[in-house]
Ligand binder design. Structure first.
Ligand SMILES: C[S@@+](CC[C@H](N)C(=O)[O-])C[C@H]1O[C@@H](n2cnc3c(N)ncnc32)[C@H](O)[C@@H]1O
Length: 289
């Protein structure tokens, strides 16, 4: 990462607890609202059905972040998960300083253990992740990359093969798609091939050539959901399972794609996203924007 990007993401920033944190935009509170609700419902609602409930975070971060401009500090997805009724937690983080900070924070929040921070590229430590997910456990995996260049679809496929793992994926919209899309289309192999899993996205884009970008972005999300269906995520294809996170200026940043191999997961998701961050009830679910 170059210095400009590091500065934009707050690399090197310290939190009030003296440990490194990430900087983020105000939209993070919306993400944590929905993801936090789902974690809680999943871990509590499945308690009597599954003795072992595992949380996996593929892009864990340092555990806390600070909202730019307001300075508000928030728990990130790993610390939110530690507060839920899972029986074990696995956090994967590539950045060594972030991984260390997360370990320190987890030790304070949950000194009795049950959690593990795996420092490494999630695409390279698939077998170690699978060791935490035997057939007798139910898992929730949060997949929150910075963009489309950090994650291979093959990683998701291999981790979840033969396992009950519900997924929440932050699927980038404007940020990396708009910037790179046409350059990627022209190349014979690009990050989108790895992220989307196969070449289907190219065919889908060709069919929409000349269409407005928002429509193309929706197309990519649809292709991604189809790829998830192809690996057993039967419940990845209806609009109600998508939430769009936007900037304060209403620019869409990413969608939260939820996918499950079981209908009960979808029921929980629909309940978890029914209340907006402003506390309003969404009735009925509208189409994904
Ligand atoms: C968007 S942040 C995740 C934030 C986190 N989910 C939270 O709520 O606080 C992405 C994180 O993934 C890490 N990362 C980037 N590429 C990675 C990879 N290939 N494997 C594991 N972690 C990676 C980055 O260092 C960064 O901390």
């Amino acid at each position: 990462m170059n210095d400009k990007r590091k500065a934009a993401r707050g690399v090197g920033c310290m939190g009030s607890d003296g440990l490194p944190l990430r900087e983020t935009g105000p939209w993070a509170t919306d993400k944590y609202h929905y993801v936090g609700h789902y974690m809680h419902m999943f871990a509590t609602g499945m308690k009597n059905l599954w003795k072992r409930r595992t949380y996996v975070d593929l892009f864990a971060g340092p555990g806390r972040c600070r909202v730019k401009r307001t300075g508000e500090e928030l728990d990130g997805s790993p610390l939110l998960a530690l507060g839920c009724n899972f029986t074990s937690w696995l956090f994967v983080e590539k950045d060594p300083a972030y991984a260390r900070a997360l370990r320190d924070r987890c030790s304070k929040v949950k000194p009795d253990g049950g959690w593990r921070v795996l420092q490494g590229d999630c695409n390279e430590v698939v077998e170690e992740i699978r060791e935490s997910l035997d057939a007798g456990c139910l898992a929730l995996m949060v997949v929150d990359p910075y963009g489309m260049t950090n994650l291979r679809f093959e990683t998701v496929r291999r981790i979840t093969h033969d396992r009950r793992v519900d997924l929440i994926v932050t699927f980038p919209e404007e940020m990396s798609v708009r910037r790179n899309l046409w350059q990627w289309v022209r190349s014979s192999h690009c990050p989108l091939d790895d992220f989307m899993g196969a070449g289907e996205w190219r065919g889908a884009l060709q069919r929409f050539h000349g269409a407005a970008l928002p429509r193309l972005e929706r197309t990519l999300a649809a292709v991604y959901k189809q790829a998830l269906q192809n690996i057993g995520y039967t419940y990845a294809d209806t609009v109600d399972e998508i939430v769009t996170i936007r900037t304060p200026r209403n620019v869409p940043l990413y969608k939260l794609i939820f996918a499950s191999k079981h209908g009960r997961g979808v029921d929980f998701w629909n309940k978890a996203v029914a209340i907006t961050p402003a506390g309003e009830r969404k009735l009925p679910f509208g189409p994904a924007a």
